[in-house]
Design a protein around this ligand. Sequence first.
Ligand SMILES: Nc1nc2c(ncn2[C@@H]2O[C@H](COP(=O)(O)OP(=O)(O)OP(=O)(O)O)[C@@H](O)[C@H]2O)c(=O)[nH]1
Ligand SMILES: [Mg+2]
Length: 460
Amino acid sequence: MTMYSLDDTITAIATSIGQSGVGIIKMSGPEAYAIAWQIFCPVRNIKALKPYQLHYGQIIDPTSHTLIDEALVVYMPAPHSYTRQAVVEIQSHGSLVALRQILQLTLRLGARLAEAGEMTLRAFLNGRLDLAQAEAVLDIIEAKTEAALRVAAEQLEGTLSTQVSAVRQKLLDTLAFLEASVDFVEDEILAEPVIEPLMAVVNDLTKLLQNADRGLIYRQGLRVAIVGRPNVGKSSLLNGLLQDNRAIVTNIPGTTRDTLEETVNMGGVPVVLVDTAGIRAAPTDEVERIGVARSQAAIARADVTLLVIDGSQPLTSEDWEIEALVRAKSALLVINKCDLPNQIALSDLANFLPHAPHLPISALKNEGLTSLESAIVELALGGQITLADTPLVSHPRHKALLHHALDSTNAAIAAQQTGLSPDLVSIDVRAAVDALGEITGQTVTDDLLETIFSKFCIGK
Ligand SMILES: Nc1nc2c(ncn2[C@@H]2O[C@H](COP(=O)(O)OP(=O)(O)OP(=O)(O)O)[C@@H](O)[C@H]2O)c(=O)[nH]1
Ligand SMILES: [Mg+2]
């Protein structure tokens, strides 16, 4: 892969493919301007594209002189552009044919098709964004709720990077001190200048990690599986939560045969609801057997499971079998059909998913669904539903590295306290420095860069 060449000119359709009012071709690199100038005919008689100004004109094939489309063109010279290279954006109509033809022209004139994420990779390699900020660009593109967008926008602003860099600097100062003291005689070395800053680092890292799980949920969303025996009202519940007639509902047990997924926004959390086939001990046919196996897989994959029971009938052995599947999971018990007389003995209910909150609802009458939504969000976010403080950490990668840095710092403190020599203490401090450097990209491998940037779309 040509990922690390910076000196050629890359080109891509930067907008999504389809029919739209406007579409954008983006070029970055030393030839961007020259290529644009060969295919763009401004309506006004100008000698050159003025930086950061929109120019109106036509895109014309320089060989055949065919008119392709009208366009607006903007030139952003290095280094004040997204990639810090010369960038030209051509805004044509969002016609797939027009965009492809313009792209072909740029390729014919010497540009190379950009790899996924290559524009942002150039921004990173040229020092305009650090790695955490580059990752935030993708998060913004993919954000599914306002809360997710807020977390990503903060990260792009550099809030996380600033804090991580500050902690890393404290560690580097301690490292410098340790390295300087290697030459001293042992009893000359003071412990305080090492222990105190390391304790402060532990404190900072712990704070950063505090809200990490919440950040992860905002970014990745929450998988919620709706399970239960046939006919208890799982699909009705899905429809109720979506406020849409998405799933087929009938009074025939075994209506839902396959899992079905839909995303909703619950209090800022993107929730993927998974409706499943009713689980019964003896499925009647092969299709149903597969459906039941998929339901069990859905339970295994879910972050939260909603076990639905029918409150208008006594609990059955099937209910208890499903309870056993769900017992060890993070779950809520949904007692449906509470518009009908209750038939479940309280003593039975007391032992049924005893550690999960019990929520009476009527999917048919749309009752209790708001409380259920709150309970789901509360379970996911551990009761911290306040949106006031935005979590800074939202990537599993960042969380793991912060934990790694925390462990190494604690190891360094322990090593110092047991009186190990400064060069041994340094090893742990260095490990913490490197872990934090991987968040911002100061210490990073090519493999990691490739993993991160290959998730981007072409043209970003
Ligand atoms: N009275 C009453 N009936 C309900 C309620 N929720 C669902 N039903 C009825 O129960 C029957 C089964 O509903 P579904 O939503 O298809 O049940 P399910 O759990 O998805 O069933 P399977 O897909 O077969 O596993 C339908 O006739 C619904 O109208 C409720 O809250 N009250
Ligand atoms: Mg169903």
